[in-house]
Design a protein around this ligand. Structure first.
Ligand SMILES: [Fe+2]
Length: 161
């Protein structure tokens, strides 16, 4: 019944969105923080919770690879699309999609499974890449934050596979 000897250990996070420990949220912008759940450096993807407080946007970006999202609370959408995600909404973002995330004022928490790179683009010229996030930038930000707040730089290691 046991896993094969070569299998990686599982990751179990008992309560992903209900935590009183603010230190677990890694600040990314004024209104956006994230909580890593799985940082898969071997396959180039990450699973994290994004949390917006007070509404906001995540600038124009292009996905090299697929994204899966499951909304836990709040509302969000993309400037380029008419739909609005609410608690319970699942969204598939196909590779090649370029869009601008817009979030309502109510606290928003969504689980995003992101493969590959999220390329930040110039909204006036989306072919111009201004920066990027991937599993490695997420890992670096989380490690620095957890060290800064006293959890220790190695706190993030439990999420790496
Ligand atoms: Fe996106």
């Amino acid at each position: 019944m046991a896993a094969p000897a070569e299998a990686l250990p599982d990751i179990v996070v008992p309560a992903i969105s209900d935590t009183d420990d603010e230190r677990l949220w890694v600040p990314q912008t004024d209104c956006l923080s994230f909580r890593p759940l799985c940082l898969c450096v071997s396959q180039g993807y990450y699973v994290n919770l994004l949390r917006f407080v007070g509404g906001g946007t995540l600038g124009c970006h292009r996905h090299s690879s697929p994204v899966h999202a499951h909304t836990i609370r709040g509302t969000w959408g993309y400037k380029e699309h008419a739909w609005e995600a609410q608690a319970g909404t699942y969204v598939f973002e196909p590779p090649g999609e370029t869009h601008t995330l817009v979030v309502g004022e109510e606290e928003m928490i969504t689980l995003f499974h992101v493969t590959g790179a999220l390329l930040y683009c110039d909204p006036d010229d989306p072919a111009t890449v201004l920066g990027f996030d991937d599993v490695f930038t997420k890992l670096e930000k989380a490690r620095a934050h957890y060290e800064h707040v006293g959890l220790g730089a190695d706190y993030v290691d439990q999420f790496i596979r």
